[in-house]
Design a protein around this ligand. Structure first.
Ligand SMILES: *Cc1c(COP(=O)(O)O)cnc(C)c1O
Length: 225
C-alpha cells in the first residue's frame, strides 16, 4: 500500500479543502499510522477502545484520536483522558457517562451526536425526536463536562448515489435547524462528520466538515470491523 500516494490522491479530489480528513486506521498496524503521520496527518479514527488504547501511547503526543464507532458506556473511562473527539455519541445514557468521566478527571470532552440517517436497522444513532426529547430533559442542561460540537451520520451502504445524497442532505438540514434552537452554551453546531471512502465527495458537496476515510488511504481491511 502506498499510503503517501493514496493520501495525495484523496486530498486532490477534495471539493472542500478545509474539510478535515480523519484517517481511519482501525485494524491497521502502527507502521501504517506512522507513515500517514509522516505525511502530515494528525487526525486518526479508531472504532475499538482496546485497539485505541494499544496505539495511543505508541504515537507522537500531538496525534489527535477520534473515536468513530459505537462506544460502550463502560469503556468511556479508558479514553476520557486523551480522546480528541467522540463521533458516535448515540444515546443520552452514553452522553451522561462521558460527562461523568470528564468530571472525574476535570476535562471537558468534545463529542458529536450521532444521528440515524441510514435506511438500515443496524446503524446506531438518535432520530430527530429523540434528540429534541433529550434537549428538553431537565438533566441535559446540567451537563458540565461535555462539549457537543455537532453531528455525525453514516449513510446507507448502497451504490445509489441519490439515496446517499438525500441522507446527507437530511443531516445537514437538521444541523441547520439546530443552529436556530436555543440550546445550552455547551452545544455548538460547528461540525458535521459525514463521508467515508465511498461517499466523501457527495458528503463534501452536501456540507461535510469532517470526513472519515479508511480504505482509500490504508487499503481494504482484512476482516470486518
Ligand atoms: C470504518 C469506518 C469508516 C471508514 O470506512 P472506509 O469505508 O474504510 O473509509 C468511517 N466511519 C466509521 C464510523 C467507520 O466505522
Amino acid at each position: 500500500m502506498d499510503i503517501k500516494a493514496n493520501l495525495e490522491t484523496v486530498k486532490k479530489t477534495f471539493i472542500n479543502p478545509d474539510c478535515l480528513l480523519v484517517a481511519v486506521s482501525k485494524t491497521k498496524p502502527l507502521e501504517d499510522l506512522k507513515k500517514a503521520y509522516d505525511c502530515g496527518i494528525r487526525d486518526f479514527g479508531e472504532n475499538k477502545v482496546q485497539e485505541l488504547q494499544a496505539k495511543q501511547p505508541e504515537m507522537p503526543e500531538d496525534t489527535r484520536w477520534h473515536m468513530i464507532g459505537h462506544l460502550q458506556s463502560n469503556k468511556v473511562k479508558y479514553i476520557a483522558p486523551y480522546v480528541y473527539l467522540i463521533h458516535g455519541v448515540d444515546s443520552f445514557k452514553l452522553l451522561k457517562e462521558v460527562n461523568k468521566q470528564g468530571k472525574k478527571i476535570d476535562r471537558i470532552i468534545p463529542v458529536l451526536l450521532q444521528i440515524h440517517i441510514a435506511d438500515e436497522e443496524s446503524k446506531f444513532g438518535f432520530d430527530k425526536n429523540e434528540l429534541l426529547e433529550m434537549f428538553q430533559d431537565p438533566n441535559f442542561k446540567g451537563l458540565t463536562h461535555v462539549q457537543i460540537k455537532g453531528l455525525m451520520g453514516m449513510a446507507t451502504f448502497t451504490e445509489n448515489e441519490s439515496q446517499i445524497r438525500k441522507e446527507f442532505k437530511g443531516l445537514k438540514n437538521l444541523f441547520e435547524e439546530l443552529k436556530n434552537e436555543s440550546l445550552p452554551d455547551f452545544v455548538q453546531m460547528e461540525e458535521i462528520s459525514m463521508g467515508m471512502s465511498g461517499d466523501y465527495l457527495i458528503a463534501q458537496e452536501e456540507g461535510s466538515t469532517m470526513v472519515r476515510i479508511g480504505s482509500a488511504i490504508f487499503g481494504s481491511r482484512n476482516y470486518p470491523h
